[in-house]
Design a protein around this ligand. Structure first.
Ligand code: NAP
Ligand code: MG
Length: 402
């Protein structure tokens, strides 16, 4: 079989530890034998980030803006222990944070569903995608401990020097206080990314906040979503046969639990942080969760939701056998290849991505899986395999499907 040609390169962001090992295996075993793979390669491994003073991360994000589609391996976000382990010049920022700031994106996370791994909510048959706003609120807050007898006020000094104040509380006893913000532009970008993604997936989208209690803050989120929807998306949604609706966060939670899945749930920053862990866990495993950053102007960066699986990497370095789940990283590749195919009118490439995903799901449903899934699977004929043999088993099925 001739290899599938590519016209535009993918931006390839390599990463760290066990996921870096898996990254190469996926390419060698499942992609380059079938696709004439074109990528613009950026090494975001911590050593190279340190050598380039993290410039490589910025360059990879700029390249993503240029080409439109990137695939990213999990990367270490340095902490004190990593400073000594990698002899770092600086405690470099989270690459994901840097890339997100440059692309101004929203993160969408969806579970990969397979037979044998049963969601804890038995009615969930289709994936539930969480769209998390990744700017502001409690993540950029200012807090104070307040002594009894204090009066706390909110003070805004405007551009013309005039001020506006509002009483927060007159403290009789000791207490606490917190200030936070968000930006209309950021909320608008979030809304557009959500609506575009819903059109892409042809799925309904829900948005929920606590606007009954937060009549200005949360209500502004609700209003911006509604205005952008009415002006720019209403007709497109009608054509696509999908729906947008807003509801209170409590109502959304109740509806999610009763639903059978198959929609996108847009959440404010904190809600999205909490709810995405709930959704991932309830569907089974973080190693079966895909993640894509979508910018309002339609740029896509695909990755796995999990980290670099450090504990497995140290075993690997000692020469011990590992059984690390490569599904989320593999689906980052298939997501990126499919999107590249769609953008370039390269149907063969998109079809290949679909088939590789089918082969992966079939492998697990045939009972061949890595250790993490082996512990969860209810299949009777299940068999635990090592990291590489799992990919080889997928390849056996891929050959049949192709
Ligand atoms: P992690 O790499 O997600 O791993 C946490 C644990 O979850 C693992 O030890 C493993 O459990 C299990 N696990 C996760 N992914 C798995 C997989 N694919 N297959 C099998 N088991 C899997 O999180 P972490 O240990 O907290 O973080 C490690 C490094 O990753 C850190 O340096 C952090 O900065 C980085 N990180 C990067 C990203 C990103 O780039 N997007 C996200 C999160 C964390 P067992 O050990 O019990 O088998
Ligand atoms: Mg969290």
């Amino acid at each position: 079989m001739a290899k599938i040609p590519m016209t535009t390169p993918l931006v390839e962001m390599d990463g760290d530890e066990m996921t870096r090992i898996i990254w190469k295996m996926i390419k060698d075993i499942l992609i380059t034998p079938y696709v004439d793979l074109k990528t613009e390669y950026y090494d975001l491994g911590l050593e190279h980030r340190n050598e380039t003073n993290d410039q490589v991360t910025v360059e990879s994000a700029e390249a993503t803006k240029k080409y439109g589609v990137a695939v990213k391996c999990a990367t270490i976000t340095p902490n004190a222990a990593r400073m000594t382990e990698y002899d770092l010049k600086e405690m470099w920022k989270s690459p994901n944070g840097t890339i997100r700031a440059i692309l101004d994106g929203t993160v969408f996370r969806s579970p990969i569903i397979v037979k044998g791994i049963t969601p804890y909510i038995p009615t969930w048959k289709k994936p539930i995608t969480i769209a998390r706003h990744a700017y502001g609120d409690v993540y950029k807050n200012t807090e104070m401990i307040v002594e009894g007898g204090s009066k706390a006020e909110l003070l805004v000094t405007k551009a013309d020097g005039t001020t506006e104040t509002s009483l927060i509380h007159e403290f009789k006893g000791d207490g606490i206080i917190q200030g936070m913000h968000n930006l209309d532009d950021s909320i608008g970008s979030f809304a557009r990314a959500c609506f575009n993604y819903a059109l892409d997936l042809k799925q309904d989208i829900w948005f929920a906040t606590k606007d009954t209690i937060s009549k200005k803050y949360d209500h502004t989120f609700k209003d911006i979503f509604q205005e952008i929807f009415d002006n720019d998306y209403k007709e497109k949604f009608e054509e696509a046969g999908i729906e947008y609706f807003y509801t209170l966060i409590d109502d959304a939670v109740a509806r999610v639990v009763r639903s059978d899945g198959g929609y996108i749930w847009a959440c404010k920053n904190y809600d999205g942080d909490v709810m995405s862990d709930m959704i991932a866990t309830a569907f089974g495993s973080l190693a079966m969760m895909t993640s894509v950053l979508v910018s309002p102007d339609g740029i896509y960066e695909y990755e796995a939701a999990h980290g670099t699986v450090q504990r497995h990497y140290y075993k690997h370095l000692k020469g011990e056998e590992t059984s690390t789940n490569s599904v989320a990283t593999l689906f980052a590749w298939t997501g990126a290849l499919r999107k590249r195919g769609e953008l370039d009118g390269n149907k063969a490439l998109s079809d290949f991505a679909d088939k590789l995903e089918q082969a992966t799901i079939k492998t697990i449903e045939d009972g061949v899986m890595t250790g993490d899934l082996y512990l969860l699977s209810t299949l009777e004929n299940k068999k635990k395999v090592n990291t590489e043999d799992f990919l080889v088993a997928i390849n056996d099925r891929l050959k049949e499907i192709l």
